[in-house]
Design a binder for this molecule. Structure first.
Ligand SMILES: Nc1ncnc2c1ncn2[C@@H]1O[C@H](COP(=O)(O)OP(=O)(O)O)[C@@H](O)[C@H]1O
Ligand SMILES: [Mg+2]
Length: 1144
C-alpha cells in the first residue's frame, strides 16, 4: 500500500498529455500553434490548459463529468503539476498556500461575457467549500456564502446575446478564513452595475432576471399586493422579443432566490420591501407624459394616465402630488437661490428613467451591503483572505458601438493586465533569486502608458471628461471629443480623426464622433455619444427628495441625498471618478495578495458545445494577452522542476542513476544530464530546482524516457518470468524431497511396527508357559498346606467332643442330686404345713366352742331380767321410725307437677320397693288429673278432635305430623262475619262446622278450580269462590259412602257418593286442600254424629274415582322436587290421573 501511494505521487502533468498541458512547453510558440493546441485539447474535452500557474479555461457549454466529489478528492492536497490541468488544481494551490503558508490569495477571473467567469468563480468557491473544515457552524457560513450567489445573480444578471446568464456587474468577493483554514465569512464588493439595462435592453436581450422571476413566480396574492400583473407585455421596461429564455424556469428561479434570501438572512419584511421596489421600478416605466402648452410658449409635460402614478405612490408610500411635481419641475439651487424650471416631455422621460435606474442600482448596492452584513465574519481575530474577482473582460463591439461602459471596463482590464504583468514578473524574478539563478532582463510590453492615457489626473481621458462635466456653459459629447483631440493627440495609443496629427485624417474606419484607443489587447473604437451624460449620472434633486419623503423605510434609506437637511450643493462624484477610485482600491488590495489567474475563453458565439471558432478564440487570446503571458513565463527558462522529482522521472536514462541514486538529488541530476550530453546552456542549476531553458529539451527527455520505459518493461518482464520459472522449479524440487522423506519414514514405521508385534507375541507365549509352570507348583504347595490344616482340625474336633461328653455327664449327675434334694425338701415342707394347719384349726375350734359356751352362759344368766316378746316390739318400733323418715325425705324431694315429668327420687331401702313404685304411679295419676282439671269444654272438644285425627291418620298419612301443631279453626272464611259471604251464609241454616277454599280437580285435564267448601252437621256444600255465593253442589252426609286419599304429604282426597242419589249424578268429588286432615276429621265426626256409622276412610296410593259414567284411576307418584314443592295433578289418559308428589 505504501508503495502504491508513493507510485501515485510520481504521476505528472506530462503523463498522457493531449497536446501540451502547459503552454510554456509549446514548441514552436506561435499564435497558430497556440490556438491549435487549445483546439486539440478542447476537442478531447480538455478545457483547461496552463500557462505556468495561470489556468486557461474554455467554456464547454455543456456539463462535463469533471466536477464530481471524486475529482475534488483527486486534486485535494496534490501538487500543481502532478495531474492534468484543472481549475481545482489552482483552487487547491491557492487554498493550501493560504492555509499553510499564511499568504492571502486572490483569484482573478477574466474573459469576455459568456466565457465562463462566473461559473469558474463558483467552481473555485465550491471546491474551497468542499475541502475546508466541516461542522455545523462552518457549514452555515459556507451555505450563506454560496447562497449569496443566486440572490446577486437574480438582481445583477441578465440574458444577453452572448450569455443567457450574463453578470451585469463586476464582483469581488473576499472569503475570510481562520488560522485552521475554516471559513469565517466574507465581504462582497460590486462594481458598476449596468443600470441602463433597467430602462432599455438591446435587441434579443432581457432586463435583469428578477423582473421576470417576480412576474412568473409570485403568487396571485403577492402580485395583487404589489399591484402587478403577470403579463410581461404590460410593462414598457421589459423587452418582449426574448421574454422567456429556453431552459430557464423563471418561476422556480424565483423560489430559489427567495429561499436563498432566507438562508442568507433576509427578514421577510426586507424581502417584501425589496420586491416592492422592483415592482415600483417596473411600474415607473409605464408612466407616460404628454405636452401641455403654457403661456410663455414653453412645453410643460404632464403625466398622461395618473393611475399608474397613483399605484406607485401607494406602493412606496409617497405623496402623489410630490412625485407628480418632481416629474414636471426641476429646482436648481445655487448659492441661496432656488430656481424652478419646468420640464418638457423629453426631460420628463429622462427624469423618469434616471429615477428608475437610480432606484434599481441603489437597491442593488443595498442588497450587496445587506448580504455583507449577514456574511460578515463574527470575529475580530486576524483573518486570512481569499479574494475572487469576477469582472467582465475586455469588451470590443466590432460594430463600433463601444460606449462609456466599454471604456470603463476596458480601463479596468488594462489595470488588471498591468498588475498581472507586474506580479508575474515579480514572481518569476523572486523565484530566480530564490534559486540563485542569474536574472536576465525580459522584453515585454508594459501597458502602463495606456493606463496613464486614461487615468492620468491632469490630462487623462477620465480627468478630461470630468472637467467637461463640471464646466459651466454648454457641454456636449462633441465638446468633450474636441478637448480630447487637443490634449491627447500626441499620445501614441490615442487615435482620432480630428486630432492634430495628420495620420488619421484619411482613416475612414474612424468616424468623426469617435476616438480609438490602442489597448494592450487591441484597438477599440469608442463613440463619444452619451459619455457626458453617463459620467454625470444625474438624478434631479426633486426626485431624490421625493424619494426621501417616502413612507417606506427601504426607499428612504436609499436616498439619503434627498434629505433637505443634509443638502449638499457640491456635485456628487462622477461615475467615472467613482469607478476609478474603486478600481484603484481594488488594485491596491490585489497587490497585497498572491494572485492566481483564470483566463476564460469562449469557443464560439452560438453558445454551442463542440464548436471551436478559430477566429473568435484568436481574438480572445490576443486581447487577453495570453501570448504575452507565455512569453513572459518562458523569457528565462521554460521549465523548472525540483531535483527530486526530476531525478525520479528521468533516472532510468542513465546507468549511474538507475535504479537508485545514492547521494544528493542535485548531483544525480547533474550526472544524468551530463550522461545524456545535453548542452550546458540548455539548463541551469537552481538551489532546489533544475531550470530548463527550452521545451524541446524537456520533450526529448520525455521521448527518451518513454522509449526507455518500454525497454525497462521488457527487462522487468524477462526477469520476472525467469524469477517466476525458477521459483516454480525450486518449489517443485523441495516438494519432491519432502514427499520422499515422508514416504520413507512411513515405510520404516510400518516395518518396525510389524517386527515389534511379532516379538511381543513370542514373548507372551514364553511368559505364559513360565507362569503356568509356577502356578502349578504353587497350587500343589497350597493343597498340601490345606490337607495339614484339615487333618489338624479333625483331630481337634474329636478331642473337643470327647471332652464335651465328659462334661455333660458330670453336669447331668449334679442336677439329679439337686432335684432329689429339692423334692425331699418339698415333701418335708408340705408335711410341716399340714401339721401347722391341723394345729391352727384345732385352736380355732377351741375358740368357737369357748365363745358358744360363754354365750350360753351369758344368755342363761340374763334371761331372768327380760319380759317375754320385747324383741318384737323393738323391731316394730325400729321399722316405724325408718318409714317415718322415708316419707319426710320424700316430701322434700317431690318432682314438678308436669305430667310429663318422669323423675322420682331414688329408693332408700329395699323393703320399701313396692311402696315406692306405687307412690310414684299415684303421683303421676294425680298430676294428670290436676292437668286435665284445667281444661274448658271447648278445649276438650278440640283435643278430642285432635285425638280422633290421631286415631285416623297417625302413622298412616305423611302429611299428619305437620298438622299436629296447627289448631283446628273450622270456619277459616268467617262466613257469618265476612260481608262477602253474607248471601252464602243466609243459604245455610245450620251451624257451619268448617269453611275454607279448596281446589276442585277438573276431571278433564286434572287442573284445579277454586271452590268454597262448607261443612254442616248433616251436609257439605261446594260454592263458587269467585261470586262467593253460587252453590255448585250440596251433598247430605248420609249420602257420603267413603273417602280416599294417598299416604303421601299431598292434600288430594276423593269423596264418594252413594250410587243412585241425586248427588251421585255428577259423580265423585276429587278435591285438594292443605287442611285435608281437619276436613276429613270433621267429616268423620259429623258423619258419626249423624248416622252413628263411621265413614269409610281409605288411605292408599292408587284408588278409583267415579266420574259421571266412567271410573278413573288416581295414581300418586313421588318425584324430585324440581317439579315444584307442590303436588300437581295431570291427566295422563282418560283412565288415569297422575298426581306427582314431591318426594320428602
Ligand atoms: N465549466 C463549465 N462547464 C459547463 N458549462 C459552463 C462552464 N462554464 C460556463 N459554462 C456555460 O456558459 C454559460 C456562461 O458562463 P458564465 O460563467 O455566466 O459566463 P461569464 O460570467 O463569463 O459571462 C453558463 O451559463 C454555462 O451554461
Ligand atoms: Mg458572469
Amino acid at each position: 500500500m505504501g508503495d502504491m501511494s508513493k507510485m501515485e505521487v510520481k504521476t505528472s502533468l506530462l503523463d498522457n498529455m493531449i497536446g501540451v498541458g502547459d503552454m510554456v512547453l509549446l514548441e514552436p510558440l506561435t499564435e497558430k500553434s497556440f490556438i491549435e493546441n487549445l483546439r486539440k485539447r478542447f476537442n478531447h474535452n480538455e478545457i483547461y490548459t496552463y500557462i505556468g500557474s495561470v489556468v486557461i479555461s474554455i467554456n464547454p457549454y455543456r456539463s462535463l463529468p469533471i466536477y464530481t466529489p471524486d475529482k475534488v478528492e483527486e486534486y485535494r492536497n496534490r501538487n500543481f503539476y502532478e495531474l492534468s490541468p484543472h481549475i481545482y488544481a489552482l483552487a487547491d494551490e491557492a487554498y493550501r498556500s493560504l492555509r499553510d503558508q499564511d499568504k492571502d490569495q486572490c483569484i482573478l477571473i477574466t474573459g469576455e461575457s459568456g466565457a465562463g467567469k462566473t461559473e469558474a468563480s463558483k467552481l473555485v468557491m465550491s471546491y474551497v467549500a468542499a475541502v475546508c473544515g466541516k461542522g455545523a457552524e462552518v457549514n452555515q457560513v459556507k451555505e450563506q456564502l454560496l447562497q449569496s450567489n443566486p440572490v446577486l445573480e437574480a438582481f445583477g444578471n441578465a440574458k444577453t446575446v452572448r450569455n443567457d446568464n450574463s453578470s451585469r456587474f463586476g464582483k469581488y468577493m473576499d472569503i475570510e478564513f481562520d488560522f485552521k483554514g475554516d471559513p469565517l465569512g466574507g465581504v462582497i464588493s460590486n462594481y458598476l452595475l449596468e443600470k441602463s439595462r433597467v430602462v432599455k435592453q438591446p435587441r434579443g436581450e432581457r432586463n435583469f432576471h428578477i423582473f421576470y422571476q417576480l412576474l412568473s413566480g409570485a403568487s396571485e396574492d403577492m402580485l395583487k399586493k404589489l399591484k402587478l400583473e403577470r403579463d410581461f407585455s404590460k410593462y414598457n421596461y421589459l423587452s418582449l422579443d426574448s421574454a422567456t429564455v429556453t431552459g430557464v424556469d423563471d418561476a422556480s428561479c424565483f423560489r430559489t432566490v427567495k429561499n436563498a434570501m432566507q438562508i442568507v438572512g433576509f427578514m421577510d419584511d426586507e424581502t417584501q420591501s425589496v420586491l416592492e421596489l422592483v415592482g415600483a421600478v417596473l411600474k415607473l416605466g409605464n408612466i407616460e407624459f404628454k405636452p401641455e402648452s403654457r403661456v410663455n410658449e414653453v412645453d410643460e409635460s404632464r403625466v398622461k394616465d395618473k393611475n399608474e402614478l397613483k399605484e406607485i405612490c401607494e406602493l412606496l408610500g409617497i405623496d402623489q402630488s410630490v412625485l407628480e411635481r418632481a416629474f414636471s419641475f426641476r429646482t436648481v439651487e445655487a448659492k441661496q437661490e432656488k430656481v424652478s424650471t419646468t420640464l418638457n416631455v423629453a426631460q420628463a422621460y429622462y427624469a423618469r428613467d434616471a429615477l428608475a435606474k437610480n432606484l434599481y442600482s441603489r437597491l442593488f448596492t443595498w442588497l450587496v451591503n445587506r448580504i455583507n452584513e449577514s456574511i460578515k465574519a463574527q470575529t475580530k481575530k486576524r483573518k486570512k483572505v481569499m479574494g475572487v474577482l469576477d469582472i467582465y473582460g475586455f469588451e470590443i463591439f466590432e460594430s463600433g458601438e463601444n460606449s462609456f461602459e466599454q471604456f470603463i471596463i476596458n480601463y479596468c482590464n488594462e489595470k488588471l493586465q498591468q498588475i498581472f504583468i507586474e506580479l508575474t514578473l515579480k514572481e518569476e524574478q523572486e523565484e530566480y533569486i530564490r534559486e540563485g539563478i542569474e536574472w536576465t532582463h525580459i522584453e515585454y510590453f508594459n501597458n502602463s502608458v495606456i493606463c496613464d492615457l486614461i487615468e492620468n489626473n491632469t490630462n487623462g481621458i477620465m480627468a478630461m471628461l470630468d472637467e467637461e462635466c463640471l464646466r459651466p456653459g454648454t457641454v456636449t459629447d462633441s465638446t468633450f471629443l474636441e478637448k480630447l483631440n487637443q490634449i491627447c493627440a500626441d499620445h501614441q495609443h490615442f487615435e482620432s480623426r480630428m486630432s492634430k496629427s495628420s495620420k488619421f485624417l484619411n482613416d475612414h474606419s474612424l468616424p468623426h464622433n469617435c476616438f480609438r484607443i490602442q489597448h494592450y489587447a487591441g484597438k477599440v473604437l469608442y463613440h463619444v455619444d452619451g459619455f457626458v451624460d453617463k459620467n454625470n449620472d444625474l438624478l434631479y434633486r426633486d426626485l431624490s427628495q421625493a424619494m426621501w419623503k417616502a413612507n417606506h423605510s427601504l426607499i428612504k434609506s436609499l436616498f439619503p441625498d434627498g434629505n433637505p437637511a443634509k443638502i449638499n450643493l457640491k456635485r456628487p462624484p462622477t461615475a467615472g471618478s467613482q469607478f476609478k477610485a474603486s478600481v484603484a482600491t481594488l488594485m491596491k488590495n490585489l497587490q497585497t495578495k498572491n494572485p492566481n489567474y483564470i483566463r476564460c475563453i469562449k469557443p464560439n458565439d452560438q453558445k454551442a458545445s463542440h464548436i471551436f471558432t478559430d477566429s473568435l478564440v484568436c481574438h480572445q487570446v490576443r486581447y487577453l494577452g495570453l501570448m504575452e503571458n507565455v512569453r513572459v513565463r518562458r523569457a528565462g527558462y521554460a521549465f523548472r522542476q525540483p531535483y527530486e522529482a526530476c531525478l525520479e522521472r528521468y533516472k532510468m536514462l542513465c546507468k549511474q542513476t538507475w535504479p537508485h541514486w545514492r547521494g544528493q538529488a542535485r548531483d544525480g541530476v547533474e550526472v544524468l544530464l551530463k550522461d545524456l550530453q545535453i548542452p550546458a546552456e540548455e539548463y541551469s542549476y537552481g538551489r532546489s530546482k533544475i531550470f530548463i531553458r527550452n521545451p524541446r529539451t524537456l520533450f526529448s527527455l520525455e521521448e527518451q524516457r518513454k522509449r526507455r520505459l518500454h525497454g525497462l518493461a521488457t527487462l522487468i518482464q524477462k526477469i520476472f518470468r525467469g524469477w517466476k520459472a525458477r521459483t516454480h522449479f525450486l518449489l517443485m524440487k523441495s516438494s519432491q524431497v519432502t514427499v520422499a522423506a515422508w514416504y520413507r519414514r512411513y515405510a520404516q514405521q510400518k516395518k518396525y511396527k510389524k517386527t515389534k508385534s511379532s516379538a511381543v507375541i513370542v514373548q507372551s507365549f514364553i511368559r505364559g508357559w513360565k507362569a503356568r509352570k509356577i502356578l502349578r507348583e504353587l497350587k500343589y504347595q497350597k493343597r498340601c498346606k490345606e490337607a495339614v490344616t484339615t487333618i489338624g482340625a479333625y483331630w481337634h474336633g474329636t478331642q473337643a467332643r470327647r471332652e464335651l461328653r465328659c462334661l455333660k455327664e458330670e453336669a447331668r449327675n449334679r442336677r439329679a442330686v439337686t432335684v432329689i434334694w429339692a423334692s425331699w425338701q418339698g415333701t418335708k415342707a408340705r408335711r410341716e404345713l399340714k401339721r401347722l394347719k391341723e394345729e391352727a384349726r384345732c385352736k380355732h375350734a377351741v375358740d368357737v366352742i369357748w365363745a358358744y359356751w360363754l354365750g350360753l352362759k351369758v344368755r342363761r344368766e340374763y334371761r331372768k331380767f327380760f319380759r317375754a316378746h320385747a324383741g318384737k316390739r323393738i323391731y316394730e318400733f325400729t321399722i316405724q321410725r325408718i318409714i317415718q323418715k322415708y316419707f319426710l325425705e320424700l316430701k322434700n324431694k317431690m318432682p314438678s307437677m308436669s305430667p310429663c315429668d318422669k323423675t322420682w327420687p331414688a329408693r332408700p331401702y329395699l323393703f320399701l320397693d313396692s311402696t315406692h313404685k306405687e307412690l310414684r304411679r299415684i303421683f303421676h295419676l294425680w298430676t294428670c288429673k290436676k292437668y286435665r282439671g284445667q281444661f274448658t269444654d271447648q278445649k276438650k272438644a278440640i283435643y278430642k278432635e285432635k285425638l280422633e285425627a290421631s286415631e285416623i291418620f297417625k302413622d298412616k298419612k305423611a302429611l299428619y305430623p305437620s298438622s299436629v301443631g296447627q289448631p283446628f279453626q273450622g270456619d277459616y272464611l268467617e262466613i257469618n262475619k265476612n260481608p262477602r259471604y253474607q248471601k252464602l251464609n243466609s243459604l245455610v241454616e245450620e251451624k257451619i262446622i268448617f269453611a275454607d277454599i279448596v281446589n276442585k280437580i277438573n276431571r278433564a285435564n286434572g287442573k284445579g278450580a277454586q271452590r268454597i267448601f262448607l261443612l254442616t252437621k248433616n251436609k257439605f256444600m261446594l260454592a263458587d269462590q269467585k261470586s262467593g255465593h253460587q252453590v255448585k253442589s250440596i251433598v247430605p252426609l248420609a249420602e257420603l259412602t267413603s273417602v280416599s286419599m294417598s299416604a303421601q304429604s299431598d292434600g288430594f282426597f276423593a269423596l264418594r257418593v252413594k250410587e243412585g242419589t241425586t248427588a251421585a249424578a255428577k259423580g265423585d268429588f276429587l278435591l285438594n286442600s292443605e287442611r285435608i286432615i281437619e276436613i276429613i276429621t270433621k267429616l268423620h265426626r259429623a258423619g258419626l254424629d249423624l248416622t252413628k256409622e263411621k265413614i269409610q276412610i281409605e288411605i292408599t296410593d292408587e284408588f278409583l274415582v267415579q266420574f259421571k259414567q266412567d271410573k278413573v284411576c288416581v295414581k300418586f307418584i313421588q318425584s324430585n322436587p324440581k317439579n315444584g314443592t307442590m303436588a300437581s295433578c295431570k291427566r295422563k289418559n282418560n283412565r288415569l290421573l297422575e298426581v306427582t308428589v314431591p318426594s320428602p
